[in-house]
Each structure stands twice: as structure tokens, then as C-alpha cells.
Ligand binder design. Sequence first.
Ligand code: ATP
Length: 312
Amino acid sequence: MADPDETTTAAPNAPATEAAGPTTAPTDPAPPTAPLPAPTVVADRVHIAYTVPDGLGGNRRVHAVKGVCFVARRGEAIGLIGSNGSGKSTLLKAIAGLQPVESGTIHTQGRPALLGVDAALMGDLSGERNVILGGLAMGMTWSEITARYDDIVAFSGLEEGLDEDLDDHPAAGPATPPADPAARRRGGLSPHPSAAPGSPLSRPLRTYSSGMSARLRFAISATARSHDVLLIDEALATGDARFRRRSRRRIDELRAAAGTVFLVAHAHAAIRETCDRALWLEAGTLRMDGPADEVVAAYEEFTRTGATPPSR
Ligand SMILES: Nc1ncnc2c1ncn2[C@@H]1O[C@H](COP(=O)(O)OP(=O)(O)OP(=O)(O)O)[C@@H](O)[C@H]1O
């Protein structure tokens, strides 16, 4: 809203001739509101249910998402928070088009990409092979993966040392010799990638800490290509502060490229740092939609005291 004081303080600087009569401000003191950025995802009364065996030979319906409505716009980073089993991952999968809705609709603009590599990555395969697998799962072509492989690995930080992010403070030396990119190229990604022996990327994914595999997953999705709608599930939950900063920068870049980012994370710091808006789901229902700080604070209050915000 325009500040009346501010409007009047402009008048003394106006030329005397103009000051004598009714003044016409050179610019409108209350310019028309800028048009809202274009919607990228519109969820309209979305219900999603699973059918699961009831153990008695019949089936039981699990109503995971109940009548959720929201509009996401270009340039937004939206956190999804809520208790375990509240429907966050289900909603994310539905936005990605991987989970049918029972009723209601989800319209998406452009091409949504879920960090769907959770399902696709395989514990017995090396990190390097999982980069390829994850890239394919993200819809990249073979040549796109080859072209971006080094970026993905660099972003993950896995060749720099396991739990160090070397953005700001290079460690004295990595825990294992870094893979020689030239050697890896000689080995080629097709048909058999070959990370240097001893590199974390040569080890099976199941030997990674949860933080390491989270980094790899995030690196695959975030580096893969620019997305109109990027959906990230828990990727930032386990990264250390420096990795989170790097991730946040990347999310900012994606937003600057006019995409929309959805992030599911139990770590509220990640939501606060990364998102400007948050949706709070509880037992499948959208409890609150608003500025990330406010929604996280209300959710934290709820988890402490059971208090819920006034219904919308
Ligand atoms: N494939 C499935 N088959 C049957 N029920 C499912 C399936 N996936 C999720 N559910 C159920 O749907 C509900 C919502 O689950 P969902 O994983 O979406 O919640 P969430 O908020 O992401 O949980 P968390 O925070 O624990 O990851 C839960 O009751 C869950 O048990």
C-alpha cells in the first residue's frame, strides 16, 4: 500500500509553477500491481488414495491426499512439510505425473521432473553407474549424461572427500585419491564407466552414508538439466551446512531461470533457507499455505503443543 507521507514529501521538490496548482505526480505513486508470474502447477481439489491389502484377503483404501488446492508460479521455491505419512511424497509424485489422482486435477506447465532417482538408484551399483542410471531416470539422453557427468560429480563433492564440502575450505587432502577425469573418459561412460579405484564413485551405493547418497541424488537432479518444475524429496535433509549452501545456490539458479522448485524436507532449516513459501500437509489435508517462515513456525508450534493455525 502506498505510504501517504512518502507521497507528500515528493511535492516540495516540484517546480513552483506546478506546486501552485493541483499537482500531477510524474509517476503514479501507487503503480498497478505487477502481473503475477505464470502458474506452473495448479492443484484443484486433489484426492489420492492407495489400495492396500487388509491382511484378511480384501483391500483397504488409504486416503493419502485429501482435497488439496494450490497454485504454484514461476520463480517460486515451495517447501512441503508435515508429519510422517501426511502425504508429501504422494503429492510430489502426483505433480510429477507418476501417481494417478483419484479425483480433482493437477495441471502442470512444462515438464516436471521428480528427483525420482530414489526408486531408480541401485545399491549394488557403483556411484558412477548410478549417476548414469539416475540421469536416464530423469529423462536425460545418453549424450546429455556424458556431457554433464563431470558437473554432476563435481556438484556432489564425492570426489573431493567424503564429508567435506570444499567450496570454502579445501581440506588438506581427500580421503581417497580423486578419480582422474581423463582416465575416466578413456574408460568411457559407455558401455562401462570406470571411476578411479578407491574413488567413492567406484564403490557400491549401499556403502555410502545417507549424507553421501543424498548428495549424489541431489547432484543428479539439480545438475541434470534445467527444469520447468523440479521436485526434490528430502534431498537436502542430510547435507552439511556447506553442501546445503551449494544446493541453495543451485535452487536459486533454477528459480532465476524461471522454474518452480518443490522441496520435501524434514529439516526445517533447509526449508527456511531455500524456500520462500511452504505448504503444510497433515493427514493428507493442506493445513497452511504461506511464507515459509510462518508455515514452519506454525508447524513447529503444532508439533510442540498440538496447536493448529486457524483454518483457512
Ligand atoms: N505405495 C503405497 N501404497 C500404499 N500406501 C502408501 C504408499 N505410499 C504411501 N502410502 C501411504 O500414504 C500415506 C502418505 O504417505 P507419504 O509417503 O506420501 O507421506 P509423507 O508425508 O511423504 O511421509 P514421510 O514424511 O514419512 O516420508 C501414508 O499413510 C502411507 O502409508
